[in-house]
Write a protein that binds this ligand. Structure first.
Ligand code: NAD
Ligand code: DAO
Ligand code: ZN
Ligand code: ZN
Length: 369
């Protein structure tokens, strides 16, 4: 079949909207009709060429809300008409990782997903006979896409797909980082570095965890209003101070925070986030994705004296078993999503969504098909 898609032909160039070919789902795969997709910083990161896993040409996008159109042979857990969120972190339930009970990083299709291919080692997308690669196993910047069955979470049909698509990455990552990875306790003090879709969702998570003090840190003060609305107690612009931001936070919090979260992808800020943690117990979670080849550093004595450095992917959330409950929590009003949608636009305008993100003018743009 043909599908309208935004194709990333090469790094650093705008996406091009065109009709491309999409082959039918094979064994264990499903064909999805995309209803909406968010645009996340990670899409921009890959498009920029900084992503060591970036492969071109590709159909990017990983924050989708979709309807199952057709299922391939052997598919039993979803059927045409089901509403789903595609998962860049799949859940097979059978691999060593899924069975460990310690991680959400299912490895069942990792090797092929990392190469932009479906599990049989081929791509379903093409143009004039030449392959176009998948992205993160999801490729949501296309009216139709094919994904593995283990990479969809079936959700409540009553949920608006143009909102809950954001649970496919940003909002779940931020909330999950607080509840699953850090396991923030009531009464905690939390620092959030970077107030994009991820950082603002960390704030939501910290409120759900009943943190007492939430410091929201960003160099773009336009982000502070939303941070406060979501529950930040203090907003801090590092550029207002001469001292390093970690010293400022330690000073403001009587020795440091219980938990910090880096939501930018800046390795210097990752160090600041670790070093603003309280001696003896403070824990810092890296969420931001740094550029190819970059490394983090701190003095080892920071860890010897009790600080802990962690990282998280998709907030530690297991997509097929746990994401449907995030949708229910949105439906009950416990998780805020509508407020995070700054702009909605058709696929034709998707490059504007990237521009708005780079200009710091959007939390999330949602593309509707
Ligand atoms: P975003 O671009 O919407 O937000 C980033 C924010 O950081 C902006 O508000 C910006 O002003 C702020 N910022 C930039 N430099 C700063 C600095 N020096 N100090 C303080 N604030 C600064 O991005 P996003 O969509 O929220 O994504 C954030 C990061 O999380 C990206 O690196 C993205 O790739 C990553 N990410 C990770 C996961 C995961 O599972 N680990 C999932 C999704 C996104
Ligand atoms: O299992 O080795 C692996 C890789 C899992 C990919 C998780 C990616 C999380 C960070 C990227 C940002 C997501 C938008
Ligand atoms: Zn698995
Ligand atoms: Zn994302």
């Amino acid at each position: 079949m043909k599908t309208r898609a935004a194709v990333a032909w090469k790094a650093g160039s705008p996406l091009e909207i065109e009709e491309i070919e999409l082959a039918a789902p094979k064994q264990g795969e499903v064909l999805l009709q995309m209803v909406a997709t968010g645009v996340c910083h990670t899409d921009a990161f890959t498009l920029s060429g900084e992503d060591p896993e970036g492969i071109f040409p590709a159909v990017l996008g990983h924050e989708g809300g979709a309807i199952v159109q057709e299922v391939g042979p052997g598919v039993t857990s979803v059927a045409p008409g089901d509403h789903v969120i595609p998962l860049y972190t799949p859940e097979c339930g059978q691999c060593k990782f899924c069975l460990s009970g310690k991680t959400n990083l299912c490895q069942a299709i990792r090797a092929t997903q990392g190469k932009g291919l479906m599990p049989d080692g081929t791509s379903r997308f093409s143009k004039n006979g030449a392959p176009i690669y998948h992205y993160m196993g999801t490729s949501t910047f296309s009216e139709y896409t094919v994904v593995p069955e283990i990479a969809v979470a079936k959700i409540n049909k009553a949920a608006p797909l143009d909102k809950v698509c954001l649970l496919g990455c940003g909002i779940t990552t931020g909330i999950g980082a607080v509840l699953n990875t850090a396991k923030v306790e009531p009464g905690s003090t939390v620092a959030v570095f970077g107030l994009g879709g991820i950082g603002l969702s960390v704030i939501q998570g910290a409120v759900l965890a009943r943190a007492e003090r939430i410091l929201a840190i960003d160099i773009n003060e336009d982000k502070f209003e939303m941070a406060k609305m979501l529950g930040a107690t203090d907003c801090v612009n590092p550029r207002d101070y001469d001292a390093p931001i970690q010293d400022v936070v330690v000073e403001l919090t009587d020795g440091g925070v219980d938990y910090s979260f880096e939501c930018v992808g800046n390795t210097n800020l990752m160090r600041s986030a670790l070093e603003c943690c309280h001696k003896g117990w403070g824990e810092s979670v890296i969420i931001g994705v740094a550029g190819a080849g970059q490394e983090i550093c701190t003095r080892p004595f920071q860890l010897v004296t009790g600080r802990v450095w962690r990282g998280t992917a998709f907030g530690g959330v297991k997509g097929r078993t746990q994401l449907p409950d995030y949708v229910e929590r949105y439906m009950k009003g416990e998780i805020k999503i509508d407020e995070m949608v700054t702009y909605s636009m058709p696929l034709e305008d998707i490059n504007r969504a990237f521009d708005l993100m780079h200009q710091g003018k959007s939390i999330r743009s949602v593309i509707t098909f």
